[in-house]
Design a protein around this ligand. Structure first.
Ligand SMILES: Nc1nc2c(c(=O)[nH]1)N[C@H]1C(S)=C(S)[C@@H](COP(=O)(O)OP(=O)(O)OC[C@H]3O[C@@H](n4cnc5c(=O)[nH]c(N)nc54)[C@H](O)[C@@H]3O)O[C@H]1N2
Ligand SMILES: Nc1nc2c(c(=O)[nH]1)N[C@H]1C(S)=C(S)[C@@H](COP(=O)(O)OP(=O)(O)OC[C@H]3O[C@@H](n4cnc5c(=O)[nH]c(N)nc54)[C@H](O)[C@@H]3O)O[C@H]1N2
Ligand code: SF4
Ligand SMILES: [Mo]
Length: 681
């Protein structure tokens, strides 16, 4: 059969939503490349997606529904038919609802696929069922909360403006791994003469590519930004004209907060010397059009929202917003472009069921509640691996009386605890409409290959479940393509009729935000609100992290790797071998103080758990900080637990986000499997 090439879109949780060209032969994808005509991708894919066909046609794919035959967690199953699986789920749910009410069922989903239909496919079903609602806040809601406190609903600037900047700061973002097109654009600005700085907690590949990098203590960026604002104010480096026309509350900040934020004082908190803070402030204020690209790493702390708010005050103080290329970019929000409620159907909800934080799944499954969670339905997420406080999550998943259903492409650590496993399609096997959060483009794509085995898409499964529950709404008989059409049919100011038509044809298009970025400030006062009395904290100020109070000597960074995306891509052997094994990077000084050597098996522990790593002594990591990259599947790690056995269910100061980077530990030579007495506080 002849080879064909089809357009598709990368479905993963990444700011770029790349355009793909998929070569198909005999119903199988045989090659995947970047679409040269896509406005952001421009032919460049990251290493993860270079062989996406190996994920799609992996021998590890689940191909039939399964029923558990062994004990929970062992991964022993027998194949069953789809009809039988749906019957078992619906009869169990009907019984549970009769005895406990709908809230006894908890859906758990996140970002395995970012397509608008498949990502949100369960909402209508669970709204109609009356299930508990999941608060989907694991990623970076503190970023939005911090931005909103200062900027209200002001839309993001265009990320591509970076090309016009003369000082580019990649702040708390490992762009070389997580946002390769932002990295490409920053480097092209650099080639034209811009300076490139990276601010991180350890020397990432992004730091290596920068002119200069600055390593802060985890959670210390608010202090750095306050120290810079102190210097900018003290030395009169402010843009007073911009401030008087566009900013409210700078005077209050200067009078009430900045006097106590001298570089010497802030140095104690952020770990950079006072001299460096002074220099950063002067050079930032002296740049023509400084551009900050803010990542999510620094938001996952007890002070994360405040950190974002404080850093975002910098461009207001120096008037960077007024210059082409200047400003701060935290990610785009294109929520208004498509009427998502046509898919999520909040109108089907009766009453307002309780909200359960996805960051506190462990507590939801193990602590008393009325009603208790008696059934968990997981789709396109892997909470046994990626959710904080893994020991609590697994204690919950081990409950014999918890009826767990997992819809997955692979037998993940979560699926191993399921009573019923359902096989899911990959993005090449179902249609969807994609928008992104690093730019303003969108694209619709059809299925490129038929489903692998008996796999079904998220939307198809919810239609089967609706039929199994005996519901007769025509909505649950629509196809995923019909839902895409519902999203496209309604007009919004973001797209003209011509753009909508190009979307229907599968072309990547640019959406147009109704408010032109950088022109007006969508806050109640119409100004950038450095003073915001509606917030619990009316001004940016120093807030502590959680972990600094935990009493362990080392700060742990559970960071990202270029070769996986959260717990996705571990199925590709080549990508996994590039990561070698689950390593813990430690500075020579900390290793010597503990008598540890390179390559040794070590255990990191705190009050929540103990995790085995292979120690890697590395000058990339400053003393006091240890780093592990990737979120590994259990079958590839030396111990029973992954890094999230060390992260906590505590939330951020704003947005109720996860605090996955706000962790303190002690590290010892390995032999521990439970926290040792020396690890207790
Ligand atoms: N290759 C790859 N790409 C990915 C992902 C992946 O896992 N791998 N994940 C995807 C997802 S879901 C997301 S949300 C994005 C996240 O992408 P990013 O926004 O880049 O966020 P992270 O990689 O979590 O963290 C960025 C950097 O912040 C640093 N950091 C941590 N704490 C602090 C701090 O207190 N201060 C400073 N200055 N830096 C700090 C970390 O060391 C890390 O290098 O990437 C997406 N893309
Ligand atoms: N230690 C540590 N923990 C982290 C992070 C970290 O950097 N370090 N990052 C955090 C962040 S930022 C995030 S966003 C979360 C992400 O957490 P998750 O959203 O759970 O992301 P993944 O680990 O990629 O798991 C997604 C799963 O969805 C499955 N999947 C893909 N497509 C489909 C589909 O169409 N249908 C179905 N049913 N399944 C599908 C994949 O096989 C995969 O197992 O993790 C968080 N946890
Ligand atoms: S993960 Fe991101 S950079 Fe890689 S192909 Fe997908 S959208 Fe592009
Ligand atoms: Mo994320």
């Amino acid at each position: 059969m002849a080879k064909t090439t089809t357009r598709s879109v990368c479905p993963y949780d990444c700011p770029d939503a790349c355009g793909l060209l998929v070569t198909v032969e005999n119903g199988r994808a045989i090659a995947v490349t970047g679409d040269p005509d896509h406005p952001v991708t421009r032919g460049l894919l990251c290493p993860k997606m270079g062989h996406y066909e190996q994920t799609v046609h992996s021998p590890r794919r689940l191909t039939t529904p399964l029923r558990r035959v062994g004990s929970k967690g062992r991964g022993e199953f027998e194949p069953i038919s789809w009809d039988r699986a749906i019957e078992l789920i619906c009869s169990r749910w009907s019984g549970l609802i009769a005895s406990h009410g709908g809230e006894t069922i908890l859906p758990y989903s996140y970002a395995g696929t970012m397509g608008l239909v498949q990502r949100n496919a369960g909402h209508a079903f669970f709204n109609r069922l009356g299930a508990s609602r999941l608060e989907r806040t694991i990623c970076s809601p503190a970023k939005d909360a911090g931005w909103k406190a200062l900027m209200g609903d002001t839309p993001a600037m265009e990320a591509a403006e970076v090309e016009g900047s003369d000082l580019v700061i990649l702040w708390g973002i490992n762009a070389a791994a997580t946002s390769i097109h932002a990295m490409r654009d920053a480097q092209s600005a650099r080639r034209r003469g811009a300076r490139l700085w990276a601010i991180d907690t350890y020397r990432t590949p992004t730091c290596e590519a920068a002119d200069e990098s600055f390593l802060v203590r985890p959670g210390g960026d608010g202090a750095l930004a306050l120290g810079m604002l102190h210097v900018i104010e003290r030395e009169g480096l402010l843009d007073r004209e911009f401030i008087s026309a566009n900013v409210s509350g700078f005077e209050e900040l200067a009078a009430r907060i900045l006097p106590d934020c001298s570089p010497a004082q802030m140095s104690e908190v952020c770990g950079l010397s006072a001299d460096v803070i002074e220099r950063l402030a002067r050079e930032y204020a002296g740049a023509q059009a400084p551009f900050i690209r803010l990542g999510s790493g620094l938001t996952r702390y007890g002070n994360g929202a405040m950190t974002v708010r404080t850093i975002s005050s910098l461009p207001a103080a120096v008037g960077a917003w007024a210059k082409p290329g200047g400003g701060i970019f935290i990610g785009t929000s294109t929520g208004g472009a498509f009427p998502l409620q046509a898919v999520t159907r909040e109108d089907l909800m009766k009453g307002v069921p309780r909200l359960v934080s996805m960051n506190q799944l462990g507590a939801a499954l193990t602590e008393p509640a009325d009603p208790p969670v008696m059934s968990l339905y997981v789709y396109h997420s892997n909470p046994a691996t990626i959710a904080p406080d893994q020991n609590a999550v697994i204690r919950g998943l081990e409950r014999e009386d918890l009826f767990t259903v997992v819809h997955e492409r692979f037998l993940t650590d979560t699926a191993r605890y399921a009573d019923i496993v359902l096989p899911a399609t990959s993005s090449l096997e179902h249609p969807d409409l994609y928008r992104c959060y690093g730019s303003y483009h969108a694209q619709y794509c059809r299925a490129a290959v038929p489903p692998v085995g008996e796999a079904r898409s998220n939307w198809e499964v919810f239609c089967l479940l609706a039929a199994g529950m005996g519901w007769d709404e025509p909505f649950f008989r629509l196809s995923a393509d019909d839902l895409v059409e519902l999203l496209l049919a309604e007009k919004t100011p973001w797209r003209t009729a011509a753009v909508t038509e190009r979307l229907r044809q599968g072309e990547p298009v640019m959406l147009t935000p109704p408010t032109e970025p950088k022109k007006i400030w969508l806050t109640p006062s119409g100004k950038i609100e450095i003073l915001n009395e509606r917030e619990a904290e009316s001004l940016p100020r120093l807030l502590p992290t959680h972990a600094e109070r935990d009493g362990y000597p080392l700060r742990l960074q559970p960071a990202t790797t270029p070769f996986a995306l959260n717990s996705s891509f571990y199925e590709q052997d080549d990508l996994r071998s590039k990561q070698k094994c689950m390593e813990l990077l430690m500075n020579r000084v900390d290793a010597a103080a503990r008598g540890l050597f390179d390559g040794q098996a070590v255990t990191a522990c705190n009050h929540l758990g103990a995790v085995r790593f292979t120690l890697r002594i590395s000058e990339r990591v400053p003393a006091g900080t240890v780093v592990t990259e990737g979120v590994w599947w259990r079958e590839f790690i030396p111990g029973e637990r992954g890094v999230n056995a060390l992260t906590s269910q505590r939330l951020t100061d704003g947005g109720r986000g996860s605090t996955l980077y706000d962790v303190a530990v002690e590290v010892r030579g390995a032999h521990l499997t439970t926290p040792s007495p020396s690890c207790q506080k």
